[in-house]
Design a protein around this ligand. Structure first.
Ligand SMILES: [Zn+2]
Length: 133
């Protein structure tokens, strides 16, 4: 977790892959939004997350002005897709970040613990199973 003044960032689990340079076109927001829409519809909710590219290492969930935001590094996600030959890892990370939002982790003042990360992972595993991963 990194703290930026006034903003809580709950980062996903660390990965050993190198994110590379920030590339706007590598994994467009429209792609991330489509994945998030599918994740949310799988669990029967209406999407109310904003998605923004960032030069952070991988991805994070935060609340800004009362809006749920998911930041992601498009180059990191593009690398993941190329290395794994699949989008499921990207879907898993975005689901993990959604899990932070849905479990209220982004509202709790910045607490980060293995238990919180496991809760986000549990949501990710649950929804990926429902999606047929
Ligand atoms: Zn996390």
């Amino acid at each position: 977790m990194r703290l930026i003044p006034g903003i809580l960032l709950v980062t996903s689990m660390p990965f050993s892959l190198t994110a590379g340079a920030f590339e706007v076109s590598a994994f467009p927001e429209s792609k991330a939004e489509a994945i998030i829409k599918k994740i949310i519809s799988t669990v029967g909710l209406k999407p109310n997350f904003e998605v923004e590219q960032s030069d952070i290492y991988d991805a994070s969930a935060t609340v800004i002005d009362g809006k749920r935001v998911i930041y992601y590094n498009p180059a990191f996600f593009d690398n993941l897709n190329q290395v794994t030959g699949s989008e499921w890892t990207s879907v898993s990370i975005l689901a993990h970040e959604i899990g932070h939002h849905l479990n209220g982790h982004t509202l709790s003042g910045g607490e980060v613990s293995p238990a919180i990360e496991l809760e986000a992972d549990e949501f990710s595993g649950f929804v990926l199973n429902k999606m047929g991963a």
